[in-house]
Design a protein around this ligand. Sequence first.
Ligand SMILES: [Zn+2]
Length: 276
Amino acid sequence: MNQHTLRQPCTFRGTGLHTGCDVTMQLIPAPAGHGIVFERTDRGGVRIPAMAACVGSTQRSTSLVRGGVEVVTVEHLLSACAGMGVDNLLVTLDAPEVPILDGSAASYVAAFLEAGLQEQEAPRREIQLPGPFEYAFGDSLIRFEPADCYTLAVEIDFHSQVIGTQTACFTEGEDYASQIAPCRTFCFLQEVEFLRKNNLIKGGSLDNALVIDEPRGYLNDTPLHFPNECARHKLLDLCGDLALVGARLKARVTAVKPGHSVNTAAVRALMAHFKL
Ligand SMILES: [Zn+2]
């Protein structure tokens, strides 16, 4: 499989979920071997590659940092790129955070399909794992096993009567656009005040997140896209965080109670263990 970029640029305007900042973000086609690279046009054009070595804060989202300049909440865009097979893009932003849009990756997928993908004359970088690897933190676990194709399996349990225990699975070649991309981020009403006090979710609303009022139910009027939409969103996040390896893993990845901290720590541990 060769690398791909977009046939033409696309632009998104929106608000950052955590910073609440308005942002204009452009996705610009980039040459083979370029990878996904963010550029802060409001900070002298500092460029930050989407690589595990650049991971900064992982509190409720994944941020990348270089030279003190940060890009926050990169995971949904990176997930869409990995899920749709977009390898190379320059992503310019005039604010610190990627727009949350509707809390899913659906808008990216729609834009990719409209712009079209351009095949490039270089093979996609793939990594065949020499053996299994496991990373555990608290009661979270990320397990990597060598496999012929990229498979993600997720299990979540927030001790919630509304969500219950959920699982989700996705294998490369399945329809990311319809099965994973539309699944929205979520939080519990009971933690909203805590998150706001910690300077998070300033841009959060019922338009960009499922909000769960435990034990009553979802506050949103819109119906769930899937009964296990929360697990599917966690898989969407995992897919974005794993893209920070910078190559396609030929692996089956099983994640129990994944989150941005454990996901990105597992990626760094995996890369250090196998010297990737
Ligand atoms: Zn997310």
